[in-house]
Design a protein around this ligand. Structure first.
Ligand code: NAD
Length: 453
């Protein structure tokens, strides 16, 4: 395999895996003067995931929430190298990574050219793993083949296409009424924040836009959210759960709780009802939002330390975010297992914290063992929660906010404006903020774009 040389042999090479919340925030805060910094990710952009559900129905355009990683790298003190590749293996003894070029993995999927490109080898001195997670289907049959996910931009694109496909197909006169009802049944599996926010956006799309352009169909569209537990949003305050359930009821979104999806077929899915019986339900679009599991590379790293890394959900880290059992490897974000939930906020705080540690330690020219130095010089990472926010549709949002050690809960239209301004200010760049604000204004003026891409 080809060798990827560090660009200044006198400096240590720091490799960041991923361009999600953890790695991007780390990169933003990192002083690159003292390291060869290499970022490796199959995605050459950062994605502002909290607004991804808005892209599934065209409330926002896709590029408005994407930030090219090279724009972030441009202002660094020393040049940062970016490689559009997936890390597929690691040799922890020789400190070497094996990378598969993005073009090569794409080629394998499409079967067109480039699949035989050689993997690259990349040496590291320090490695930060921020590869996030991948969708968890819990091995449910048919999900991979027939369901849409809501994790990456390609997923949002696919949902938008499938949604418009279902609606256009349902507009033909020569189909049966049962087929029309099937096509117009939109199903969301999973009552976590992702499923709830998507159902909310879908409702807005029906209410604001489909009702205008497809008046004969809109009354027949049904949205169903299926959740295995007794209620949705288990991590939120009880009052907010009831507020969400009431809002969904007003918006004609059915919630089936204590109901578990057991199989997804081409046009129907099978559920286990609360009484243990099973039913087969027809659907036109099914979005699977049941949480995440570890990426293949996370498992590869885990397997290098089988005695210590015994949790299949990710990499166990200590309070300094060091991967337990490993040397010179840190993990941040959803791939790191600590006492914190897999949240964007946690990942970004971890990225910032670790960048500061590296900035501080890199002033010392005699770094021999960064691991040992950390214990002596630094306080452990501690997450400080800024609270949870979620959009639930019809211009309403819910918020669970910690203030002076008390939890303030709020739901409604004012919270929606708070949600809007909070997300707008959190967006990484002015460029993205402007784009999102323009999209919101466009939607208000002209409605959402219905064209099928
Ligand atoms: P989640 O894990 O929060 O929720 C998934 C839900 O799917 C669970 O309630 C589970 O009971 C249900 N489920 C699993 N299998 C099922 C089946 N076969 N049939 C029916 N229901 C099934 O997942 P998420 O919403 O993707 O969130 C992942 C993480 O990201 C969470 O930690 C969440 O808090 C966080 N997140 C937060 C926000 C926010 O704060 N606004 C937004 C998105 C995600």
């Amino acid at each position: 395999p080809g060798e990827q040389e560090p660009f200044d042999p006198s400096k240590k090479t720091l490799v960041l895996l991923g361009t999600g919340w953890g790695s991007t925030t780390m990169l933003k805060n990192l002083d690159t003067t003292n390291f060869n910094v290499v970022v490796v990710s199959p995605r050459n952009y950062f994605l502002f995931t909290p607004l991804l559900p808005s892209c599934t129905v065209g409330t926002l355009e896709n590029r408005s929430i994407m930030e090219p990683v090279r724009l972030l790298m441009r202002h660094k003190k020393r040049e940062v190298k970016f490689l559009e590749a997936s890390c597929i293996d690691i040799d922890v003894d020789s400190k070497q990574l094996l990378l598969e070029r993005r073009s090569s993995s794409d080629a394998k999927l499409t079967g067109k050219g480039g699949a035989d490109e050689e993997p690259l080898k990349l040496n590291y001195d320090y490695l930060v793993v921020g590869v996030g997670g991948t969708v968890n289907t819990f091995g449910t049959p048919g999900v991979e083949e027939h369901a849409c996910f809501l994790k990456e931009m390609d997923d949002a694109r696919q949902i938008r296409r499938r949604l418009m496909d279902s609606v256009e197909k349902a507009s033909f006169d020569d189909i049966t009424e049962a087929e029309r009802d099937r096509l117009l049944h939109m199903v969301v599996v999973g009552g976590g924040p992702t499923g709830i926010e998507y159902a909310g956006e879908l409702h807005d799309f029906l209410e604001d836009d489909l009702s205008k352009w497809y008046p004969e169909l809109v009354d027949r569209v049904r949205i169903t959210l299926v959740e295995a537990l007794p209620n949705v949003l288990p991590a939120f305050d009880k009052k907010l759960i009831s507020f969400t359930q009431d809002t969904f009821k007003e918006n004609n979104i059915s919630i089936l709780t204590r109901t578990m999806v057991k199989e997804v077929k081409d046009k129907t899915f099978i559920v286990q009802n609360p009484d243990g019986s099973r039913s087969e339900i027809p659907y036109g679009l099914l979005v699977w939002a049941t949480g995440i599991k570890a990426q293949p590379i996370t498992n590869k790293i885990r397997q290098k330390f089988p005695e210590i890394q015994t949790n299949g959900r990710g990499l166990l880290v200590d309070e300094y975010l060091r991967v337990k059992g490993a040397k010179d490897i840190w993990a941040i974000g959803d791939c790191a297992l600590s006492s914190y939930a897999p949240l964007a906020q946690v990942a970004s705080q971890q990225g910032k914290w670790l960048a500061r540690k590296f900035n501080h330690l890199s002033n010392d020219d005699l770094i021999t063992d960064l691991f040992l130095q950390m214990n002596a010089k630094t306080r452990p990472f501690k997450y400080s929660s800024q609270g949870s926010l979620a959009y639930i549709g019809s211009e309403k949002a819910i918020a669970d906010l910690p203030f002076f050690n008390r939890n303030i809960t709020a739901g409604g239209v004012a919270t929606f404006w708070f949600w809007k301004s909070a997300y707008l200010s959190e967006l990484l760049s002015l460029r993205n903020r402007t784009r999102v604000a323009i999209d919101w204004a466009n939607r208000w003026l002209y409605g959402r774009d219905l064209s099928r891409e």
